[in-house]
Structure formats: C-alpha cells, structure tokens
Ligand binder design. Structure first.
Ligand SMILES: [Cu+2]
Length: 142
C-alpha cells in the first residue's frame, strides 16, 4: 500500500513537472514571440531542427552553412510573402524571394509569417540533391 502510494506520488510529481515544462514553453510563446527553425548545412546536407509550427506566427529560419562550399536555401514557401533577410550584417526586405545564398561558413536569417499549412520543401539550387522539408502542423495557439 505504502509503496503504491509512493509510486502514485512520484508519477503525480512527474506529471506536474511535465505540466510546468509545457507552461514554460507556452509563456515563452506569447502572441509576439517568434517560432524558430534552425537549419544547418553540413557535408552537403540540410539538418533541420523545428518545433511544431503554428499558422500566422512570426517565423524565423536561421540557416548556418558549415561547409567550405557555397550553398543555397531555396523554397517556394516564400512565394508572395513579405520576408526580411539578415545576412552578413545586411538586412534586406523582399516579397516572394526564392531563397538565400550562403557563402562558406556564413549564416543567414529569414523572417516571415507562416501562413500556409502543409509540407514546405526547400533545396539547394547549386546541388540539386540537397533537399529538406518543413512541416507546418496546424497547432492551435493556446
Ligand atoms: Cu549546396
């Protein structure tokens, strides 16, 4: 009986911890917060880290080229959408950009509003075999 109670308390604590973690995530993700996607390019491949993406939320794609080679992050996901690109200390504004080029060991940040759900492919136009995709899950804002 005592052991079982102990187990119940422990699992309750675990649930509370998980709930606290979710709350912490939510309070970070206020209305004005950005959702961030990290894309690194290494050995001629894209490696993507993404959280579940929400519609209509300011979105940041931070791309790092770790190779000694020039690459491109290109996608039709920006079609007709206003974007703000920061690269090499320069900020440029555009609409419907096709992507960004990154010289060896450089970074670029693309800011835009994710408005279209679904799978968004991206690729390197220099090396056509380099591909990846972002999944825009239609997660409701809490
Ligand atoms: Cu490439």
């Amino acid at each position: 009986m005592g052991a079982m109670w102990g187990r119940t308390v422990r699992s309750a604590q675990r649930i509370l911890l998980a709930a606290g973690f979710v709350l912490a995530l939510c309070s970070q993700g206020g209305a004005q917060a950005e959702q961030r996607i990290e894309v690194s390019i290494k050995n001629f491949a894209f490696v993507t880290k993404q959280v579940p993406l929400r519609l209509g939320v300011p979105t940041v794609i931070a791309i790092t080229n770790e190779d000694e080679e020039r690459h491109d992050f290109g996608s039709s996901m920006f079609d007709g959408i206003p974007t703000r690109v920061t690269s090499g200390g320069v900020v440029s504004y555009g609409k419907g950009i096709s992507g960004v080029f990154l010289d060896a060991k450089k970074e670029a940040v693309i800011r835009f509003n994710m408005e279209r759900p679904g799978r968004h492919e991206f690729r390197c136009s220099i090396h056509q075999h380099m591909k990846g995709e972002l999944l825009l899950l239609n997660v409701e804002a809490v």
